[in-house]
Design a protein around this ligand. Structure first.
Ligand SMILES: [Mn+2]
Length: 353
């Protein structure tokens, strides 16, 4: 990989945009990058979809450099090719860890994804941390930011080195289990701002965190504290509703539950429920307008949720993600078809196991 090209690219004079994922890992990756490289217009995005409107917006901005963090924008490689035909000077630095669709690396673009080499799960915060370190920057003071991104994505297994570094630098941050640590609590405070205020919360959190030099300040911050209080209450309400209204398919180790909440809380709930039911396949749905958002978790890891969802929504929606955590979207009118296919596929997979 042409690592030596990266500083030149990032320090370039022209117009630079930074597109980052609106989750903890995306926000933390962006913060790490911004600690060392400035002058970016920041664009938070929920996912890789490049619709006509976004494509037009990007063309209109005429960037010379587009940095993309924690978003598998290679899924939209046709749109990206089109974009680069319209903007022949624009270069791309894509740093991502989702299952790659296509390598966008070329003379013009740099595409970093550890999965090109092996099947690992390295959140982008960890990737950016190591990249900056490799470029000779003093990233150590920000190891806690990298660790929050890793916690947000559940990625400690393949990022033990960064977690250990954080534990050493801040003994009170980590403890034995990262998921029960003080830093996990800190990451929940930030996550609640993202849940409560969506993209606006993402932007505000990024700004606040960029100015903080220690994680202890997060729980003391008035904005984060008030978000945390509201979201915790809503989570408590939903978890008790889950126990009442979940649909269990015992022979398939499958649990399906439909969330009713004003908040964008689907993946948080599915993660919590999965922690409590590590042997089950958890499917959480949430209706929003014409669409239904689906969040899937399975900690046991005996079923690959990325392929399962991809196959289940083929022709009726979009979906995918990771082996143990994935998401999808279908039209409200296709929910019955989705459920039917899901149960068929899991039955098939379970008989093979
Ligand atoms: Mn990520």
């Amino acid at each position: 990989m042409d690592l030596e090209k990266i500083p030149h690219l990032l320090k370039g004079k022209g117009k630079k945009i930074l597109i980052y994922h609106t989750d903890l890992d995306g926000v933390c990756s962006a913060i790490l990058m911004l600690k060392f490289f400035r002058g970016f217009e920041l664009i938070p995005r929920e996912g890789p979809i490049v619709d006509d409107r976004f494509l037009k917006e990007l063309v209109g901005k005429k960037p010379d450099l587009m940095v993309v963090l924690d978003i598998p924008i290679d899924q939209e490689w046709k749109k990206i090719e089109l974009l680069q035909r319209k903007l022949p000077r624009m270069r791309i630095l894509l740093i991502d860890h989702h299952v790659p669709n296509k390598n966008l690396g070329s003379e013009r673009n740099i595409h970093i994804n550890p999965r090109f080499e092996k099947n690992v799960y390295i959140p982008s915060s960890c990737q950016v941390y190591r990249l900056l370190e490799g470029l000779g920057h003093d990233v150590k003071p920000y190891v806690w930011i990298a660790a929050i991104g890793i916690i947000g994505d559940y990625g400690f297994e393949d990022c033990k080195d960064v977690i250990d570094e954080c534990r050493k630098a801040y003994p009170d941050s980590m403890g034995k289990d990262p998921m029960k640590s003080n830093l996990k609590e800190v990451s929940d405070y930030i996550l609640s701002a993202l849940i409560l205020h969506g993209t606006r919360g993402v932007e505000k959190s990024l700004k606040i965190l960029l100015g903080m030099d220690n994680f202890g300040a997060v729980t003391q911050n008035g904005y984060f504290a008030s978000c945390e209080k509201k979201v915790t209450g809503e989570i408590r309400r939903i978890l008790s509703d889950f126990e009442k209204r979940k649909r269990e398919y015992h022979n398939l180790d499958l649990v399906i539950y439909r969330i009713e909440s004003r908040l964008n809380i689907t993946s948080t709930i599915s993660t919590l429920v999965a922690e409590r039911n590590p042997d089950k396949i958890i499917i959480i749905t949430k209706y929003s307008g014409q669409y239904v958002k689906i969040s899937a978790r399975c900690q046991a890891g005996d079923i690959d949720l990325n392929s399962l969802l991809k196959e289940t929504v083929a022709g009726i929606g979009s979906g995918g993600g990771h082996e143990k955590a994935a998401g999808a979207m279908v039209k409200r009118t296709d929910v019955d078809e989705f459920n039917k296919r899901l149960i068929e596929k899991i039955t098939e997979l379970k008989t093979k196991l």
